[in-house]
Design a protein around this ligand. Structure first.
Ligand code: OAD
Length: 260
């Protein structure tokens, strides 16, 4: 039972106490997050239907090189829309709680999210498996393409070779960044607790990491208000929204503003 005066003694979710004990006992924690952790910041998850002007599109059909080559202006506009949405969003208590956990014990934070909200909440050394929404790169560039050769446009293109600028995210059909994947796998293999937050567990290789952690001896805790494909891998499933649940799982530092 908790001695922390900030933690309610009656658990709102079965399994909360067990998860708290597992986390308290863990010497090192591997965390895998997905779009659900940013839902309470107002960033729609991948498998939510899109709204407004974008309601007619399926994100999986916009997020690929094929889609970009077919309709570069449309896909670029979709990413500009997402960039604006994320720029206006704020980290929520779940992001801050993970930053606080890292002050208490070794944590490797691996995210499938491209929104940068973990970093904005103060988490350091975040491993971004699917890239970053605010980065750009070039689609088959000549090697000399850079900001100086970019001709502004929607999308910009290189004045030397005509290559299109593209968002620095991983699209369907593309490999994960090698170093990020290697570091994530190493962390999964060596942590004694795996905490999975807000992912449907449908997209590999990321979805394979909790199983890898379990195969190497880690206990697994899943936080997700809906059933997910990773529930069967878990020792404890907390059917909860991340922003409401994570701050109850370990002591908090109380700093919930974006660092300067
Ligand atoms: P999904 O959209 O597939 O799943 C989001 C999950 O978050 C669902 O299981 C929801 O039940 C859960 N969820 C919703 N609200 C939540 C809350 N408040 N707290 C906790 N969980 C909540 O998103 P991902 O699993 O991240 O890849 O998707 C994985 C990958 O598929 C994405 O990174 C992206 C996508 O296609 C690429 O773009 C390569």
């Amino acid at each position: 039972m908790s001695n922390d005066p900030l933690i309610p003694t009656s658990s709102p979710w079965p399994g909360l106490e067990e998860a708290r004990d597992l986390i308290a006992q863990a010497r090192s924690v591997f965390v895998l997050t997905g779009a659900g952790i940013s839902a309470e910041s107002g960033v729609p998850t991948f498998r939510d239907a899109l709204t407004g002007l974008w309601a007619q599109f399926d994100p999986e059909e916009l997020a690929s090189e094929d889609a970009y080559r077919r309709q570069p202006a449309l896909v670029w506009e979709w990413y500009q829309h997402r960039r604006a949405l994320v720029a206006a969003a704020r980290p929520n208590p779940a992001h801050y709680a993970l930053a606080a956990l890292a002050a208490q014990k070794p944590v490797t934070l691996v995210t499938q999210n491209v929104d940068g909200l973990h970093q904005r909440a103060g988490s350091e050394h975040v491993i971004e498996l699917h890239g970053n929404l605010f980065a750009n790169k070039w689609l088959n560039g000549c090697g000399r393409c850079d900001e100086a050769t970019a001709i502004p446009g929607d999308p910009p293109c290189c004045s030397l070779c005509g290559a299109l600028m593209r968002p620095g995210v991983v699209w369907f059909g593309e490999d994960l960044p090698r170093v990020a994947r290697f570091r994530a796998e190493h962390a999964a293999e060596t942590a004694d607790l795996c905490l999975v937050v807000g992912t449907s567990g449908l997209v590999y290789p990321a979805a394979g990491l909790p199983g890898l952690a379990r195969d190497h001896g880690a206990r697994v805790v899943v936080v997700n208000p809906q059933p997910s494909a990773l529930d069967q891998t878990a020792d404890v499933v907390l059917p909860a929204a991340a922003g409401a649940c994570l701050p109850l799982l370990w002591p908090q530092s109380g700093t919930e503003t974006e660092p300067d």
